[in-house]
Design a protein around this ligand. Structure first.
Ligand SMILES: [Cu+2]
Length: 73
């Protein structure tokens, strides 16, 4: 999904493509458009909250498929 918001606020969003079994539940009433500084603050808060579990996750990558080399191919 992409959007170009023009106003700060809270919006209802809904999937507009019949995408699968739970398509009917693909709505959210809490999609928020915020200022750049509020977004930066939120990112910092999330980074702090997530720090304890980040050590268990794979490093960031564009792909997460196992490399064939780990299977000896
Ligand atoms: Cu959907």
């Amino acid at each position: 999904m992409t959007a170009t918001p023009t106003q700060i606020g809270t919006y209802r969003v809904q999937c507009s493509e019949l995408c699968g079994l739970w398509h009917g539940n693909m709505t959210d009433d809490t999609a928020m458009v915020v200022s750049a500084s509020d977004f930066a603050t939120w990112i910092q808060q999330q980074t702090t909250l997530d720090a304890p579990i980040m050590k268990y996750l794979l490093p960031y990558s564009h792909t997460y498929e196992p490399s064939p080399t780990i299977y000896g191919n």
